[in-house]
Design a protein around this ligand. Structure first.
Ligand SMILES: *Cc1c(COP(=O)(O)O)cnc(C)c1O
Length: 371
């Protein structure tokens, strides 16, 4: 199971069956006509882009999506025969390669189309999805006039052909449904202005998919929940089916000692033992994604919760032990042990952020091991 070159016991165990299960569940929940676009940007939200994509495709996903042209190229080297949509902007110089590689690009501006048209003609046209900004305020055309002009430019281009149109929700994970309804309405209004309906119209992210089934259209772009994580607390409470978490972060105790009372510990001596106590050391630190702000966060050992104590170092940290444990004892930082579970949401709450940021925070120094 483990790569021979990976000696440190700190690992991310990725349950590809869970990813496959999550994809199967959402596919059976979606209307028949709605395709699942598996979003595998940022290395599959930290789970490994290629392995996550393969699991989703096995379950029946119809397309992949990433954020950047480089991410699309990395996946294309290992997975052929499936369209990969780049959700962000791409430089016009990428169009030729994208056309050859079956990579579908997002188009947002006339200036970009003009840039593309200046290039020598390609053998193949590059397929594009037109991005409509219905309220996110990030990229995309916002009005009927802007859309009409952009579509005209694309239709006059020998380099491009329209394959789809999409928008992105900014508040589908919130309690108030009104902003999402307004965005959807604005989007559909603009979509009706296409002289010819693009093949694939899509709007929903995970939150949209799970909470607004009426927005499913021809496809949904399903990211965070593919990995078993709800986009927010509000969505978690409304889930139409349970999600299965796919990532466990685990390590082992590498050092154990009994500290006498009144001993400072770690950089800055910020922790001091109040009594004689057992302390364990773990080979994981902030360079791995265990942020310094996580002092006090609990980990699981022997099926029990124990806190991280002292300042978290770059490569190691210390935990308080209730009694002596042997070196080599398994420790879980994210995931289950016995009846206990520590989730990315728990870290996110402590760090005042969202579970997405935690999922992508584990560095490449932690090997991904696929179970
Ligand atoms: C990241 C992203 C998604 C996926 O969002 P989730 O909330 O992770 O499902 C969908 N669409 C676009 C444009 C994105 O950038």
């Amino acid at each position: 199971m483990f790569n021979e070159t990976e000696y440190r016991p700190t690992r991310a165990i990725i349950d590809t069956e869970a990813i496959k299960h999550n994809a199967e569940r959402v596919i059976s929940y979606l209307p028949q006509r709605t395709k699942l676009i598996a979003v595998v940007k940022s290395d599959g939200y930290g789970h490994g882009a290629v392995r996550s994509a393969l699991a989703a495709l096995q379950a029946g996903a119809g397309m992949l999506a990433v954020a950047t042209p480089d991410e699309a190229m990395t996946i294309r080297k290992q997975i052929q025969n499936v369209d990969i949509l780049v959700l962000g902007t791409s430089p016009s110089s990428f169009v030729k390669v994208a056309a050859e590689q079956g990579i579908v690009l997002t188009v947002t501006s006339d200036a970009w189309v003009q840039q593309v048209n200046k290039q020598p003609p390609n053998v193949k046209r590059c397929r594009v999805h037109v991005k409509i900004d219905s309220g996110m305020g990030r990229i995309g055309v916002r009005t009927e006039t802007e859309l009409a002009k952009l579509v005209e430019y694309i239709n006059q281009s020998n380099h491009l052909s329209i394959d789809g149109a999409f928008t992105h929700f900014s508040r589908a994970d919130e309690k108030d449904a009104e902003p999402t309804r307004r965005q959807f309405q604005h989007f559909m209004q603009l979509v009706s202005c296409f002289p010819e309906k693009p093949r694939i119209i899509h709007a929903s992210n995970s939150a949209g998919t799970l909470v607004f089934p009426e927005c499913a259209l021809d496809a949904v772009r399903y990211g965070i929940s593919l990995y078993g994580i709800a986009p927010s607390k509000v969505v978690e409470e409304k889930l139409p089916f349970p999600l299965r978490r796919a990532m466990t972060i685990e390590t082992e105790l590498t050092y154990v000692k009994k500290l006498p009372a009144g001993q400072p510990l770690g950089y800055g001596g910020r922790y001091e033992s109040t009594e004689a106590e057992w302390v364990g050391t773990l080979p994981i630190g902030y360079a791995d994604g265990l942020k310094r702000g996580l002092t006090g966060q609990e980990v699981l050992i022997g099926g029990k919760r124990v806190p991280i104590i002292g300042t978290i170092c770059m490569d190691q940290c210390m935990i308080k032990l209730p009694y002596e444990f042997p070196e080599g004892e398994k420790v879980v930082l994210i995931g289950k042990q016995g009846d206990e579970e520590i989730t990315v949401e728990e870290w996110a709450n402590r760090l005042d952020t969202i579970p997405y940021e935690i999922a992508v925070t584990f560095s490449t120094r932690i090997p991904r091991v696929y179970s």
